[in-house]
Design a protein around this ligand. Structure first.
Ligand code: SAH
Length: 262
C-alpha cells in the first residue's frame, strides 16, 4: 500500500516526466533515399543513444536487412517503428518546423542555424508540434529543391577541406545537440520552454499556400519562370509564418481570385 501523500506526489511527477519524454518523440529524424542499409542502422543507434526514437525513411534504396539490424546494435526497436514515405513532401507534411542538414553552404547563408541553437530550437518547437530534421543521400546530399522547403539549414562546421560527415555521424551530432538542450531544460524549471500560444502551419499547409500563390500569379502574368517562385519561397520560409498570418495571405489570394472572376 502506498500512502496517499506518496501517491499524490508520484502522480504529480508522472505527467511531467511523460511530457518530457514525449518532447523528444516529437522530433522526427528523416533520411532521404539512403543507399546503404547499414547507415540506417547506425543512424537508429545514434538516435537511441540520445533518447530519440522517431525515424522516417523516404524511399530507401536498400530495405532494412541484417546489416542494418547489426549496426543498430540495441536500437532494433527504432528500426521496427520506422515510418516509410514515398516522397520528401509526404515525410514532412505534418511537421511545423523543417530543418535540412547539408555539408554544403552554397545558397544557404540567410537561413543557416548553428548546431547548438538548432538543438534548442528543435526542443522549443517540439512543444508546439512535430519537428523534422532531414539528412540527405550519402553521395549527393539533399537537392536544392528539397533545401528550399526547409525553414533552416544546419551545417556542422567541419574541416573546409574535408567536411562531409558520414550520414549516421551527422545524425549523431544533431541528436547530441538536441540532447544537450533537453538535459539543460530538465535541470531548469518547466516554464523555461516557452509555452507559446502561437500555432505554426504544417509543411503541407505551407505547400498549399505556395501552390495557390504560383497558380494565381502565373494566371495574372506576374510569375513567368521558376526563379520568382524560388525567391518567394525563400522569403516566406524566412518569415516563419504563423497560422493566422498564413490564413491572412490565403485570404488575400482568394480575394484577388474572386475579384478577377466577377
Ligand atoms: N556530398 C554530399 C554529402 C552527403 S553526406 C553533399 O555534398 O551534400 C550525407 C548527409 O549527411 C548530408 O546530406 C547531410 O544530411 C549530412 N551531413 C554530412 N556532413 C555534414 C555537415 N558537415 N553538416 C551538416 N550535415 C552534414
Amino acid at each position: 500500500m502506498i500512502s496517499e501523500a506518496l501517491y499524490a506526489s508520484i502522480s504529480s511527477i508522472i505527467p511531467t516526466l511523460f511530457h518530457k519524454m514525449n518532447l523528444l518523440s516529437q522530433i522526427q529524424i528523416i533520411l532521404i533515399e539512403t543507399s546503404h542499409s547499414g547507415n540506417i542502422g547506425s543512424a537508429a543507434r545514434a538516435m537511441k543513444t540520445m533518447g530519440l526514437n522517431q525515424l522516417r525513411l523516404v524511399a530507401p534504396k536498400q530495405a532494412i536487412d541484417e546489416q542494418a539490424i547489426a549496426l543498430s546494435a540495441g536500437a532494433k526497436d527504432v528500426l521496427e517503428q520506422a515510418q516509410y514515405f514515398q516522397t520528401f513532401d509526404d515525410a514532412i507534411a505534418d511537421c511545423q518546423l523543417v530543418i535540412g542538414t547539408s555539408a554544403r553552404l552554397r545558397h544557404l547563408q540567410s537561413s543557416l542555424i548553428e548546431p547548438r541553437r538548432c538543438g534548442e530550437l528543435a526542443l522549443e518547437r517540439a512543444n508546439l508540434g512535430k519537428v523534422a530534421i532531414i539528412f540527405g543521400r550519402e553521395r549527393v546530399g539533399l537537392t536544392n529543391e528539397e533545401l528550399l522547403k526547409c525553414h533552416y539549414h544546419l551545417n556542422f562546421p567541419t574541416n573546409p577541406d574535408y567536411g562531409s560527415l558520414n550520414l549516421a555521424m551527422a545524425v549523431q551530432l544533431a541528436c547530441y545537440e538536441i540532447r544537450m538542450a533537453w538535459l539543460a531544460w530538465q535541470n531548469t524549471a518547466e516554464s523555461t520552454i516557452p509555452n507559446m500560444e502561437t500555432d505554426f502551419p504544417s509543411a503541407e499547409a505551407l505547400e498549399h499556400f505556395f501552390t495557390h500563390t504560383e497558380r494565381l500569379y502565373r494566371d495574372v502574368g506576374f510569375i513567368r519562370n521558376e526563379s520568382v517562385m524560388r525567391k518567394l519561397r525563400r522569403l516566406y520560409q524566412r518569415a516563419h509564418l504563423e497560422t493566422n498570418e498564413l490564413n491572412l495571405l490565403r485570404g488575400m489570394l482568394t480575394a484577388v481570385e474572386k475579384s478577377r472572376h466577377l
